[in-house]
Structures are given as C-alpha cells and as structure tokens.
Design a protein around this ligand. Structure first.
Ligand code: IPT
Length: 965
C-alpha cells in the first residue's frame, strides 16, 4: 500500500533525511535561516502552486511569515484544540482533503567565507509534514513535528544567492502519531539552519560519564563517529584520544541539586565541538530508581512548550524563565510532555539542575475512541515511523546529563512497536531506564508509571500490593519496579487539592519516588475583546467543530506565566526542608529532604509576630544537616506579644545561585506561641427597637418583614443571608473525574435557593429571624436562624449568630456554608489577620501562613482562564474593608472565617466563560463562611478526600460587624 501513497500519507517517517545525530556546538560555519520567509497558504494539497519550488519562481507578491512560527497564530487558518479525539476521521493513514498546506520560500546569500564541501540543511521542528527543495532540487520529506531532520545540501549550494522552498502540510499520516492534548498548530515552528560539515569533521558523539558513588570516581568514555581528541581542562585532559576509558578520582558528580558540569572539547582535524560533561549514573536496583547510588524523589511537572502568543515556538528567554520559575518553586524534575522540547531547553536543564524524562513525539490517544482498532503502536506498517521517532530523539539528546529516563511517548495504547522502540533504546543507551505509562503490564519498561491514581492506590502500590498485571507472567517484573506518577494532581482551575497527602505517600514508601503534576502551564491563547480587554482563549473559541473546551487550561502557571496559587502550594509541599517548631519545648525540628545536598547553603531566621505584626526577629543557627538527616535545634529566648502570637522559621538561600538570589526562601514553618484571650465578642447590651419602620439593633437597621439587615452604621448593605453556592470549579465540574459535584449541586438547586421567613422575633436584647432556605423541586432545605444583638450605641458592634440546620434527606457535600453580604463598592481596600497572602481552601492551604495582609478587592481575584470560585482567604480572624477615606467596617469571625470578596456575584462568576466577561457591579459581594468544600483534582482524577468534604451537618456561623471610622 505504502508505495502508492503520496509522501504525506505514507505511514513511513520520510525520505532523504540524514542519519540522526547529537545536537552539538561546533566551530563549523553555520547560517541561520530564521526570519521572514515568503509564504502562501493553500487549502488543499491539490491547490499547490505550480512550480513554487523552482529556483526562479517569482514570489515577489507573496506575503511573509516569520520562521519559527505557527501560521495559525499569524492570521492563516485557526488554532484548534482537542484532547483525546482526532479532529479528522479515524481512517489511517488518510487525512481529509481539506489539508491546509503552507508554501514557504526564502533566499539567502552564502557568505564569501563559506567553506564549500558538505553541508546540511537542518530543521529543528516542522508541524506536521514537509517536503523541501534547495535551488529547485528536491531534497526529501519528513514527519515527526518535534524532531530534527537534516538533508544534505553541500553539492547544491551555489556562491551568492540560494533558494530554499518548503511545503508544509497541516495534516499527514504523522498526525495520527501526534494526538497530544494540545492545540493543533502548524508550520516551521523551530529554527532552520545550514551547517557546514567539514571533511574530517565530527558527525556524532556519545558521552558516557558515570559516577561511582562508592569511590567518588568518574568514569568517562566518549564514542565518536571518527577518531577525536578530547580536552577537559579542569580534569587535566588535553588532546587525549576520546575513545579511551578514563577514570578521574574525586570528580564532582552531576545532580539536579548540584548540577556540576565540566567544560570539554572534542577535536577532529576538521572540527571542534564544545560540550559540557556531567558525571552521573542512573540505575534501577532493588526496586528503586537510583542516581549516583541514591534513591531520588521526583518533585516534577509536565511541561508542554507554550507561549500565549507564539504557541510552541517558545522564545529563548521564555524557556529560561520556565526553568527559573521551576527552580524557585522547589521543582526538581520535568517530563517533556509529550514530545522532545527545543534542544536548548535540555542544555538549560543540565546547567540549572533538573531531572528530565525526555518523551518521544508519539501519542495515538484518539484510537481509544474506536476500541484501539488500527492503533499504530500495534500495526507493523507503522514500526519504521515509531522507531525513527525514538531514534531521532535519543540521538539528538543523548549527551544531556539531565536526562535520566527515556519515555516512549504518551497514551499510545499497547503493541509490539512500543516494545521495539524500547528494545532499540535499551541497546543504544543502556545507561538510562525506559518509561511508558500506557501498558499496564509494563513488560519492556524499567519504571512502573501511572497517571491520576487515587491516594489509596498509591498507598497500595507503595506497599507492593497493587493488583496483578493482566498477564500474570509479567507480574513479578512490574512488582519489582520503582513507582512514579507521570501525571497526577491535575492543575486545572482552582486547585489542585490533596497534594500534601500524595507527598506523604511518596515520603513514606521507598518504592514511591514522586511524580509530575499535570501540568506546568495553561495553554491559553492571548486575545483581546472588542473593548480591548485581554483574555485567554481555549478550545471552541476559534469555531472548532469538535473541541475539548477549557481542558487545555490546566497548568500551574496562567498563560502569561503568572504563578497560580496551585504552584505556590506545590512549592511549599515539596520544599526540600521541613521546619517544625515546638515552642513549648523551646526547639525546632529541621528535616533535610534533599537527596544529596546538606543544608549549608541555607540561612535560617526566626520571627515572632503578634496579631500579624512582627515583634522581633533574628538569625537561627542551624548546623549543616546532611541529606536525609534532621536536627533538633534550640530556639532563642522568644519575646512575648500581645494577642495571638506566632513564631515563623524560614530557610533561605545564603548566597546567590544561577536561578535565584541570596535570600530566596526555600522553606518555612510556623507555630502558635500564644493565643488571644481578649474578650472579642460583645455581650448583649443594646435594646431592640423599631424606628422609622425598621427594626434597630445597635448600629444595625433591619427590614421588619424579611428580617434582613439593610443598613449598618449608616452604610446601606444587602444581607447577610445564607449562601451555600459557589461558582463550580473545574474540579467540581469534573470533566474526567469519577463524580461531578457541580452536576449534583445544580440538580438540587444550590444555585437557586429561595428564602422563606418563618418568624421575625424582636426580643428585648436580640432580634431573631427564623427562615427556611430551599430550592424549587426538592424537599431539601436549611432551617436558618439569624440571631442579632449589639453592644450599646450606634457606633458599637453588631453581632450575628446563624444557626443552620439541614432539613431533609441530604447526602452530598455542600460547596460552602456561610452568609453572603453585599456592601458598597467603595469599600475596596482589604486588610485581614488570618492565613494568606494567597488563596487557600481546606485541601490547598499549606502555603498560606498566619499573618496580617493587605490587598484590594480586585487583587483578591485569581484570574483562572475559565471563571470559577477562587480567591478564598482562609482562617480569617478579622477582616476590614475600607474606602479611600479610611472609613468602612471590620468583621471578626468567632473563631475564624473563610472569606471571598468580589465585585460580582457567584452567579456572574458561574455564567462567565472568559475573564473579560466579569464586570464590576456597584456592590462588593462578601462570602463569610464557616467552611468550604475542598477542591480535589476531579477535573481529571480523584475527587475531594473524605476529610475535606463539607457534609451538610448543623453549623453555626458567628461574626461581629464593627464600623471603622
Ligand atoms: C492525560 C494525558 O496524558 C495528558 O496529555 C492530558 O490530557 C491529561 O490527561 C489531562 O489533562 S490522559 C487523561 C484522559 C487521563
């Protein structure tokens, strides 16, 4: 079949490409062909422009398109997002006739100094398939969007002007292998260059640099395609035969924690290549993944290449920014989901220190929707393509010490072609284990990997008690493997919740060696509404016929790379040092969770704050603690404060590193040292009376019929009334979760509660409003009694106690239990004493420390790409809202409240589909809750753990309102 198919439909990898080889930094001349190319997009392959690849074709009236770029992000065609489903019929290897095809041309001048002889035209990445011509001569064609390919052009290059023409097809047989959960974006999206290949040059090399942790010896062997001389100045090697096995006593090993690299050079008569060598040994032994003899703990993320304006054509500075952000949030590992990244990214991982799982450009997930019939992983027709992809990745990236594991791809089902990829790789590179998650029998992999398992399952796997494999003959193999989660904690929208519990399971069971949060960044595409407001687009926003909505926005970073609360939380939970003060004992326990480093690079400080205001601080002397060790350190004599007083101990970088400045905080711990025993609650004092048709209780005036507060200290207000609704989070909606809380909440009408007054009772010292709150169609409701009292004068405090009693056959957890209060929008400055500074929920609150914080209503919002409940501040002892003149009011919780404040209602938040649709109203809406339901990560994975579920049980909310003048 394949002979008769055009190249873009042939299941094979392409023709004419040179043998794949390592990325190298060579002194051989090179010429970048990045920049503006002439460009034309035709709707089908049949519409190709006749003779467009001829050297003398006249393209003067063609438009230009930058290289590297995706044409859809420059006004040609539209981006399209699908997760699992193919956006075309599953009819391999065919693709629709509507196959947008980009015709690229550019001329370039060969510099006078160009050496002549052999040269290659190198493409780092073209999506999805292309054919190429040099000066009118066809060089070949290729597929494998995120993989390099080189074509020989030496004999074709002419002095002076030359022409390259490239025809790129949006769809090809290769598209069946590239069904990753991301935008479909086409074009030459990575660099293009011409590289001179000197006679007697060094085509390829493979560095094997091992580290013997028992002796501290580095063992080096460099395979070269032609004999070469090696120099490593720091190790005293000068122009020595590269192929020789060499040992170096007392070499400093490479690790993600101490990424020690040795600069080196390989020389042949025709070429010099610079390289950086990191000595490290990766092994799977006794059921553990070891680097340099030590079991490591992966604190990782899945990283797609993404930029909100440039798609997968990520600018160089953005690549570095990603890694700096990771390092600054204690992340030590990256899975390059789900394709090899730009090659420079790996060089940065070597330099800054990250463990890398390099993943092949392979995903055939859409076959799952047709029962895996015809899956390329199992059909021999596709074997050359799959092997070619693996080979191009391994050959390109093999010299990076940061890569500790090769991954065959993602979600490609099962089949012998995967086993063949693994076999080839084991043979080519015995120094790295192999990962693939999709085959639960795991016969040809070296680590056991799963995505989105529940905590209970992770615990079972940790104990080696997972169910037997489908093929029991393979069970012993899998049971002997270390366990990692290639994906967990789906970071879509508000959340993820439950990270702490996963981390505990990693730390408890030696077999569990951590994992990779899904995922690093939201793939939102920056757009502007008609009024100019920025927002980020997701699936469906470009008119796609099939799409997967906002499932593409599920990262720890917002599309503009602002860290989400989830990233801050993750950074706290995976902090490599744990600090547990015990003020009663006068000590603090410091546990070192680094795999290799001691704590000598950290400076510890202590601080005591009363009611959130620092009383005193100082340096804490902590001896250097070895990796895996701990120390109990005496605390200094601590000052006492007035009111609720907390001790915080912080560990920060003592000196600057390549990724953060001195003073950057790595870890902290806090402990309560004194509680506030002051009398906060006013006692019943004031008389309830009726004035001007309103019921007056101290500073509060109430509607006599509804019993609802209308004015507080002269300020018109709405409410407070019972509210249990929140705009569902992506995790409440649970697109790919086991159970959708949001569906149930809407069914029982939590978003449309009505209030019925049973009685408004004006006692001597208390106003009691008895109500039943319920939704149409159900017999479920809440008996809700509001008890109002005040202390003396109009200026005084107004106290509320709300008793909520669920009434009827309730069973499912509630979003929140509290009251909703609307106040005039001028009260926009917020200060609180509680946990902060960021948003927190019951199962995502480790990063929120006790303190006094200030913000504004606008800044309390977290801009999730798809609007949803957000911005909750937890453990709020008191909060004040004031206008620019300093007046306003303060709310004290008894004891603590969960607080959100926004310029729109939960209904507005629920209705909005993009951030720009949220418009400020006249009021600020406060939700003052006794509790919120946890978050979980059911958008793709487990729901809220039982201990974080907010069950409908009798509850009391108590608070005091006070004017601020
Ligand atoms: C899993 C995929 O591997 C990943 O690419 C992404 O789609 C993620 O889920 C969810 O965002 S597959 C999923 C259907 C379990």
């Amino acid at each position: 079949m394949s002979q008769s198919l055009p190249y873009h439909l042939d299941p094979g990898p392409g023709t004419g490409g040179r043998t794949p080889r390592a990325t190298s930094t060579s002194d051989a001349p090179s010429l970048s062909l990045d920049g503006d190319w002439r460009f034309r997009l035709v709707p089908t392959v049949a519409d190709a422009t006749a003779g467009f690849h001829d050297a003398d074709f006249d393209d003067a009236d063609w438009a230009t398109l930058p290289v590297p770029a995706h044409w859809q992000l420059h006004g040609y065609g539209k981006p399209a997002y699908t997760n699992v489903q193919y956006p075309f019929p599953v009819d391999p290897p065919f693709v629709p006739d509507e196959n947008p095809t980009g015709e690229y041309r550019r001329t370039f001048q060969l510099p006078q100094s160009w050496p002549g002889g052999d040269a290659v035209l190198r493409f780092e990445g073209v999506d999805s398939c292309f054919a190429v011509w040099c000066n009118g001569v066809e060089l070949g064609n290729s597929k494998g969007s995120r993989l390099p390919v080189e074509f020989a052009v030496g004999e074709l290059l002419a002095p002076g002007e030359n022409v390259i023409a490239v025809r790129v097809h949006q769809w090809s047989s290769g598209s069946y292998l590239e069904d990753q959960d991301m935008w479909w974006l086409s074009g030459i999206f990575r660099s293009v260059s011409i590289l001179a290949r000197p006679a007697d040059g060094l085509a390829d090399f493979f560095v094997h640099a091992d580290f013997d942790h028992q002796t501290g010896t580095g063992r080096l062997r460099v395979e070269t395609s032609t004999p070469a001389l090696l120099s490593i100045p720091e190790l005293g090697v000068t122009d020595a035969p590269a192929a020789e096995v060499r040992e170096f006593a007392d070499v400093e090993p490479w690790s993600a924690e101490s990424p020690r690299l040795y600069d080196a050079e390989l020389a042949t008569p025709g070429e010099r290549v610079r390289l950086r060598i990191g000595f490290r040994t990766v092994a799977v032994r006794d059921g553990q993944l070891l680097v340099n003899g030590k079991a490591i703990l992966l604190r990782g993320v899945n990283r797609h290449e993404w930029h909100p304006d440039h798609g997968r054509a990520v600018p160089a500075e953005t690549r570095r920014e990603d890694l700096l952000l990771m390092k600054r949030h204690n992340i030590n590992a990256v899975r390059t989901s789900h394709y090899p990244p730009h090659p420079d990214f790996l060089a940065l991982c070597d330099e800054l220190g990250l463990w890398v799982i390099d993943e092949c450009d392979l995903e055939t997930h859409g076959f799952s929707l047709v029962g895996w019939a015809g899956n390329p992983s199992a059909d021999p027709v596709w074997r050359p393509a799959l092997l070619d992809r693996m080979r191009r990745m391994v050959e390109r990236d093999k010299n990076h010490p940061s890569i500790i594991i090769w991954s065959l791809g993602n979600e490609a089902g099962t089949g012998d072609n995967l086993a063949a990829m693994a076999d080839w790789t084991h043979d080519r590179d015995p120094g790295r284990p192999i990962h693939y998650e999709g085959d639960y029998d795991s016969p040809y992999v070296d680590v056991y990997s799963r995505m989105y398992p529940k905590h209970a399952e992770v615990a079972a796997i940790g104990l080696g008690e997972e169910p037997v494999t489908a093929d029991p003959r393979l069970d012993a193999h899998r049971r002997g493997l270390p366990f990692i989660m290639c994906e967990y904690a789906h970071a879509m929208g508000t959340g993820p919740g439950g990270l702490r519990e996963y981390q505990e399971l990693f730390e408890r069971h030696p077999r569990n060696q951590g994992g990779f949060v899904w995922e690093w960044i939201d793939h939102g595409i920056r757009q502007h509404a008609e009024d100019g407001t920025e927002f980020f687009a997701y699936g469906g926003d470009f008119g796609e016929v099939v799409h997967d909505g906002n499932f593409v926005a599920d990262g720890l970073l917002f599309p503009d790379r602002q860290p989400s609360p989830g990233l801050v939380e993750f950074g706290k939970i995976i902090a490599p040092v744990r600090i547990t003060p015990d003020p009663a004992a006068g000590t603090v326990l410091v546990e070192n969770g680094y795999d290799f480093a001691d704590t000598a690079h950290l400076a510890f400080t202590w601080s005591v704050a009363a009611e959130g205001v620092e009383v005193e601080s100082g340096v804490l002397e902590v001896p250097a603690i070895a990796a895996g060790g701990s120390a109990t350190v005496a605390l200094p004599e601590l000052p006492s404060g007035k009111g609720e007083t907390w001790l915080t101990i912080s560990a920060a970088l003592a000196g600057g590193t390549s990724w953060a400045q001195a003073g950057h905080e790595i870890a902290w711990g806090e402990a309560l040292i004194a509680t506030d025993d002051a009398e906060r609650a006013p006692t019943n004092g004031s008389i309830v009376e009726v004035r001007d048709g309103l019921i007056v209780v101290g500073p509060g005036a109430f509607d006599p019929h509804s019993g609802v507060l209308r004015e507080f200290a002269g300020i018109g207000v709405e409410g407070p009334v019972l509210d249990v609704w929140r705009a569902p989070t992506d995790n409440d909606v649970a697109m790919h979760g086991e159970w959708s809380a949001a569906t149930e909440w809407r069914r029982i009408g939590l978003d449309r509660l009505t209030h019925r007054v049973i009685a408004v009772e004006t006692g001597e010292r208390e106003l009691v409003v008895r109500t039943r709150v319920a939704a149409a169609t159900t017999n479920l409701g809440f008996r809700t009694d509001y008890h109002w009292s005040a202390q003396g004068s109009d200026d005084g405090a107004l106290r509320l106690r709300v008793d909520v009693t669920p009434d009827g056959p309730w069973w499912c957890p509630l979003p929140r239990i509290g009251v909703r209060l609307g106040v005039p929008g001028r009260f926009e400055n917020v200060e609180w004493f509680g946990r902060g500074p960021g948003e927190a929920y019951p199962d995502m609150r480790e990063a929120a420390r006790v303190g006094r914080f200030t913000s504004t209503v606008d800044d309390l919002q977290t801009p999730y790409v798809f609007p949803q409940e957000n911005g909750n501040r937890t453990g709020v002892r008191w909060a004040s809202l004031t206008a620019s003149d300093g007046t306003g009011f303060r709310i004290d919780g008894h004891p603590h409240l969960e607080v959100t404040a926004r310029r729109w209602t939960s209904a507005d938040l629920d209705a909005a589909k993009h951030t720009n649709e949220l418009r400020a109203g006249e009021l600020v809406w406060l939700n003052l809750d006794i509790a919120q339901q946890g978050l979980g990560s059911a958008s793709c994975g487990p729901g809220v753990l039982p201990k974080y579920r907010l069950l409908p049980v009798p509850s009391t909310i108590e608070l005091t309102l006070r004017p601020v003048r």
